[in-house]
Design a protein around this ligand. Structure first.
Ligand code: NAP
Length: 319
């Protein structure tokens, strides 16, 4: 870690969220003065709020993590607010950062959900615009992808500096386990633990199990964000991933084994699989700012299960 962050002020929107807490801790440890606006005080979907926030805080860097995020069920149930709130938050934040004299650079978080449904694996950044995303991901994924264009045209016309990162599915301690918003890993950990406690002989699982995902440990993602904020000088998007593809079936079986649930897994193919395959090429991140994911999946999963078992009330809190 360099002295770059000493005494710099950083606004981390969404800094109290799953990823945001780890990013904030990392920046503070590096010496930055970090301000975390909460949505109850600064609703970033409301016009002028982002501008007021930056006028009050005068940061040199903005890390925009605020978003509405959930798993496949949430994406299906709430497509309209997912699209609009994510689009508005990013749009207002990018524009406010462009106009704020103190802001040197803005870090934006995209999502692997922006990639087309059918994309050559591993996904390369050049393929981002080659097709429509998987239907359940599209409202969220397209809203986030629009921020890339916004930042690129602002860079072209006004010289705004930004970094745009595309992480794969995040997991780790601090994740959200409430069923209304949980992703596959926390959702399955919670179900396996409950099924074991209740002595259930069978457990239903959505989909065929054949779809694949790539999981990125939250600390690895946070490290990439802080490095990119300091070093990345490209107007092109940059993938963040591990290069390891795991099927949903392997994921659930591994979790069941780690949790000690030995009942039968009953797959329900009438429920959606989501995107058929996911694995990104993380080479650009290594080339441009020397980042590579470090946490082995099995170790990260054990850490996540341990954290859940010791923090169940906090983990399952309704958002
Ligand atoms: N989780 C993943 O698997 C994943 C994968 C790829 C990309 N990402 C991206 O990574 C970022 C962080 O995700 P996360 O999983 O950490 O999300 P999270 O835990 O849900 O945190 C999101 C934060 O956004 C804030 N927020 C929501 N609506 C807001 C509003 N109207 N105004 C201001 N703030 C608002 C919330 O702040 P309060 O707590 O103050 O309400 C919340 O803490 C997001 O941009 C997401 O798109 C996540």
């Amino acid at each position: 870690m360099t002295s770059f962050w000493q005494d710099r002020r950083v606004v981390v929107t969404g800094g109290a969220g799953f990823l945001g807490r780890v990013v904030t801790a990392r920046l503070r440890a590096a010496g930055a003065d970090v301000m975390v606006p909460r949505s109850r005080d600064y609703d970033l979907t409301v016009p002028d709020v982002a501008e007021a926030l930056l006028a009050e805080t005068q940061p040199s860097h903005v890390v925009h993590l605020a978003a509405r995020v959930g798993g496949i069920g949430y994406n299906q149930a709430e497509p309209a607010p997912l699209y609009l709130s994510n689009l508005l938050m990013g749009t207002y934040m990018i524009e406010a950062a462009r106009m704020a004299p103190s802001v040197e650079k803005t870090v934006l978080l995209g999502t692997v959900c922006s990639y087309p449904k059918f994309t050559p694996v591993p996904f390369r950044e050049e393929s981002l615009w080659d097709g429509y995303p998987e239907e359940t991901n599209a409202p969220y994924g397209i809203a986030k992808k629009a921020h890339l264009i916004h930042a690129q045209v602002n860079a072209q016309q006004y010289g705004q500096r930004f970094a745009y990162l595309i992480p794969t599915n995040l997991y780790g301690p601090g994740d959200k386990f409430h069923p209304s918003v949980s992703h596959v890993i926390p959702a399955r950990i919670k179900r396996c633990v409950e099924a074991k406690e209740r002595g259930e002989e069978k457990m239903d699982v959505w989909g065929t199990g054949r779809a694949s995902r790539e999981y990125l440990y939250v600390d690895d993602a946070a490290e990439a964000i802080v490095l990119a904020a300091e070093h990345l000088e490209s107007t092109e998007p940059v993938n963040l991933g591990t290069n390891r593809e795991v099927t949903i079936r392997e994921t659930v079986e591994l979790i069941a084994r780690m949790v000690g649930y030995d009942g039968e897994l009953v797959w329900d193919p009438t429920k959606p699989d989501g995107q058929p395959r996911r694995r990104v090429d993380p080479g650009r991140a290594e080339d441009l700012f020397g980042w590579r994911a470090r946490m082995p999946f099995e170790d990260g999963l054990l850490n996540t299960i341990d954290w859940y078992l010791t923090n169940r009330a906090e983990a399952e809190r309704e958002p």
